[in-house]
Write a protein that binds this ligand. Structure first.
Ligand SMILES: NC(=O)c1ccc[n+]([C@@H]2O[C@H](COP(=O)([O-])OP(=O)(O)OC[C@H]3O[C@@H](n4cnc5c(N)ncnc54)[C@H](O)[C@@H]3O)[C@@H](O)[C@H]2O)c1
Ligand SMILES: O=c1ccn([C@@H]2O[C@H](COP(=O)(O)OP(=O)(O)O[C@H]3O[C@H](CO)[C@@H](O)[C@H](O)[C@H]3O)[C@@H](O)[C@H]2O)c(=O)[nH]1
Length: 446
């Protein structure tokens, strides 16, 4: 919404949220306090905020004033009832629709910006049209394809913008209105229009394909380790094939983020709902392979440290699910740490952007042990000063650029010997680390 406001000074954009703390942070004079860290975002907010971009908790007023409403609320995996652990929880979406239906007094275009199961637009349209008033609503699907860490660039220069709408004159008019917003900066040939169901399904499909590539290369990383092949070399060799392409072939300790797992589980659940068990199982394998990769990495650390990490100091570099974001949702680091903590390791975490509060909250949320136990076993460092002293092992969990720049010779000197490095992101020079005298392991390197 900030990018829309920056690119369309003539459009007034209200961002409303029930969470007053978040809204206060969006309105903070100090742009370092915005609730989301994204390169380039604070400049965009600075440009538009107070001009045509406004943040508030006054949802009713914003609904009343708007011609077009983007529903962008969370759609987490259900944690209760039918579809628990798989289906998308649509309660927040439905609450929005009911609030819009109650408050609206003039016709509106409702844009599904959240990621949703196919045919959600039908349910939205039902709720919106049941008020008995004369107000007309057109529901469009406009999934978001930005990736965190590069969100601003992705929005300024998208591969495509997808708009799904009804194939009726009213639907076409609504599609055109949304097209015109993006056309302020996106070339028309990159604005695709489809029917609503294709648009909704394309979002889940895009994430499933992307995650599948990561799971595919991660599955082969295990085979590389067993055969002394090098996963980066394999990725380069296959990526040169223009039919395969080079992107999204970086082997890692496992994909994280708020979207991949949730959206694939959603796809699995949908397929099952339609009786397509083989389709469901096919996609479920992407998640299972990811779980295997996280577990495999933690087990590698334990095995290498002579099959016990009890009381051993292990430094985890990075907690965010990828670099250049402070988002930790479903980060592989959480699960690897949890595994090590269950073996009574003393874990030290350093991440340049994630707060210690967030790190403890992520571990407490798993409910594997008491909060006191997490406090006792985990130390969160604000800087790297002294963190390597007497450590048995260091593991790279996030590919932050600064980790490449560290003086690894000096780190080695501070660590207990024999010292171990586990590179879960394939960013370090393993040969150089071994020359320094470390036992170095990287995912997918034999
Ligand atoms: N995060 C991403 O990179 C990304 C990318 C593409 C798509 N998506 C999709 O966008 C949606 C939102 O994701 P997110 O990461 O921003 O989630 P989030 O949980 O960070 O934010 C959702 C916000 O919605 C607010 N909210 C919930 N119910 C509300 C209501 N009735 N009225 C007003 N505000 C309400 C919450 O307070 C919260 O601040 C999800 O469907 C997600 O799959 C996210
Ligand atoms: O080659 C790769 C690429 C990614 N990852 C990992 O995969 C996860 C997801 O990365 P990425 O897709 O870059 O970030 P997200 O912000 O999760 O973005 C995904 O999810 C969003 C939410 O649906 C979509 O909008 C984006 O298009 C889609 O890329 C991260 O843990 C990455 O480290 C790898 O391990 N290897």
């Amino acid at each position: 919404m900030s990018v829309i406001a920056a690119k369309c000074p003539g459009i007034k954009v209200h961002v409303v949220d029930l969470n007053a703390d978040r809204i206060a942070a969006w309105n903070d004079d100090d742009l370092d306090n915005l609730p989301i860290y994204e390169p380039g975002l604070s400049d965009i907010v600075k440009e538009a905020r107070g001009r045509n971009l406004f943040f508030s908790t006054n949802v009713d007023e914003a609904i009343d004033e708007s011609d077009m409403i983007f529903i962008s609320v969370n759609t987490p995996t259900k944690t209760y009832g039918v579809g628990k652990g798989m289906a998308a929880d649509l309660k927040y979406i439905e609450l929005c629709a009911r609030q819009i239906a109650r408050v609206a007094t003039n016709d509106k275009i409702i844009v599904e910006k959240s990621t949703l199961p196919v045919r959600t637009a039908e349910a939205l349209q039902d709720i919106l049209s049941s008020t008995g008033s004369d107000v007309n609503f057109q529901v469009l699907s406009n999934p978001e394809f930005l990736a965190e860490g590069t969100a601003v660039q992705d929005l300024l220069n998208p591969d495509r913008v997808l708009i799904g709408g009804e194939r009726t004159p009213e639907g076409a008019a609504a599609i055109q209105a949304l097209h015109d917003v993006y056309a302020h900066w996106v070339p028309s040939d990159r604005i695709l229009t489809t029917n609503v169901w294709s648009s909704e399904l394309s979002k889940l499909t895009a994430n499933a394909f992307l995650a599948q590539r990561v799971s595919s290369i991660n599955s082969l990383s295990a085979l590389c380790e067993a055969t002394e092949a090098d996963v980066d070399e394999v990725a380069r060799a296959i990526g040169q094939d223009s039919r395969i392409g080079p992107k999204f072939l970086k082997s890692s300790v496992g994909f994280g983020g708020s979207c991949f797992q949730k959206d694939i589980l959603n796809l699995v659940y949908l397929s099952k709902t339609y009786g397509l068990d083989e389709v469901a199982e096919y996609w479920h394998q992407v998640i299972k392979m990811n779980d295997y990769q996280k577990r495999r990495f933690a087990e590698k650390i334990i095995q290498s440290l002579y099959n016990t990490v009890n009381g051993k100091k292990i430094v985890l570099l990075g907690w965010a699910f990828k670099k250049d974001t402070n988002d930790t949702r479903e980060s592989a680091a959480i699960y690897v740490a949890d595994y090590l903590l269950s073996e009574q390791a003393q874990v030290v975490v350093y991440d340049p952007k994630v707060t210690s509060q967030q790190i403890y909250a992520d571990l407490d949320y798993l409910n594997t042990r008491s909060e006191e136990e997490n406090q006792r076993l985990v130390n969160v460092a604000q800087t790297t000063e002294d963190i390597f002293k007497d450590a048995h092992a260091v593991a790279v969990m996030t590919e932050w650029d600064e980790f490449r720049e560290y003086d690894w010779k000096q780190i080695h000197e501070q660590m207990l010997k024999p010292s171990f490095v586990f590179d879960g992101r394939g960013i370090l020079d393993i040969q150089q680390l071994e020359e320094i005298g470390m036992n170095a392991f990287a995912i997918g390197k034999g």
